[in-house]
Design a protein around this ligand. Sequence first.
Ligand SMILES: Nc1ncnc2c1ncn2[C@@H]1O[C@H](COP(=O)(O)OP(=O)(O)O)[C@@H](O)[C@H]1O
Ligand SMILES: O=C(O)[C@@H](O)C(=O)COP(=O)(O)O
Length: 419
Amino acid sequence: MKLGVIADDFTGAVDIAGFLASGGMRTLMCAKPVATEQLPETDAIVMSLKIRSIPSSDAVTESLSALAFLQEAGCDRFYYKYCSTFDSTEKGNIGPISDALRNALGLSSTLICPSLPVNGRTVYHGYLFVGDQLLSDSPMRHHPLNPMKQSKLADLLAMQSPATNGHVYYEEVRQGAIAVKNRIEALEKNGVNNIIVDVINDEDLVTIAKASQDMLLVTGGSGLAQGIAAVWAESLGKKGTAMPAFLPRKTKAVVIAGSCSAMMQKQVAYYQEKAESLSIDEQACVDDPSYPETLARWVLAHQGSTLAPMVFATRSPEDLQHNRERFKGVDLAGIIEQVFGKMTAILAREGVETFIVGGGETSGVVASTLGVDAYLIGEQIDPGVSWVQSLDRRYQLVLKSGNFGSVSFLEKAQESING
Ligand SMILES: Nc1ncnc2c1ncn2[C@@H]1O[C@H](COP(=O)(O)OP(=O)(O)O)[C@@H](O)[C@H]1O
Ligand SMILES: O=C(O)[C@@H](O)C(=O)COP(=O)(O)O
């Protein structure tokens, strides 16, 4: 098997690539189609797209191009990776992309498996939980781009697409892979398009991975990749040991926090006590074309300490609400992303080669600005976040989902650089 993953954002791509690499699979992450003869030998290729929050017709087109590239690169099994908190709006994009990939591969069914138990995302009776809260009661209800106001996966999918939904409930999952496989086959026979699986712990992931081995397309968060890597290693009689492709080195560096998630707020507060930090000025983002340059100059002037300086836009839900009123009719989120993109371009020109970024969209902007085609996967810092390095070895990045990582993550990420 050679697994081809279509990830709907950069942090999600790093997340799944890290789990595959940790399970011993040689994994490459591509941001663009790369000439296949230039690709090193791999067991998995992860395409990192930025299609989570764009119009669904564009997202579908990009997913299908990614699928074509992965097929050309020799992949023979496919995985559509979206967020473990199912980030999407009523108008898209998880349903339409799943449907389009299924149709392109001539399949009637696929698996829907957002669970990532190691980070507290579980599904029980088709409802998605974050820790001990339903998704819709969790801080995800305040997300600036994809506020999640419902927790039942079938209802979320039904808003997005006409595809039919069915379930494999926990009562079957706990009976093991054969019971799950039988249930999947029964649902397929009944014409169910989306087979939503309950998963509450890592063992369940292996059960689901075993039961779905014959499915050409699966979809989900990165948890299922843990199961797939374990089943892959077992089938080859391997141990499934992580082999980081590189170790990060000391270079000029920056931390960019563009996420407003609950965990990112804690990480920013912790890091502010440890390193130089600068909170962005939203008004300047909107009005001042030279603001990215101002931010970049500040970053360059604060090199030299053990820990990289941090520029952050991270705000509490109350501050975000205040911003919505203050900047009514203005796409502030998009403008802030552009400011970070322009700042990144200046920093790269000035020799900054280490970028530690918090936030999926923000990571997408930084990575696209750097224009790297493909990445090697380094050590996993915390579950779901690994170091990545451009194939030409110039840039090294941490692209962190806002919600992931421990409170001291931003400091911890730099431990392997600082010894
Ligand atoms: N102070 C702010 N006011 C308004 N929007 C903001 C602010 N800070 C960040 N944002 C926007 O919030 C979004 C956060 O999304 P993202 O980077 O994907 O983080 P996450 O990983 O938490 O989803 C980005 O579009 C970012 O520009
Ligand atoms: O599956 C996950 O939770 C992550 O891989 C992910 O996609 C997070 O997205 P952002 O929070 O937007 O970074």
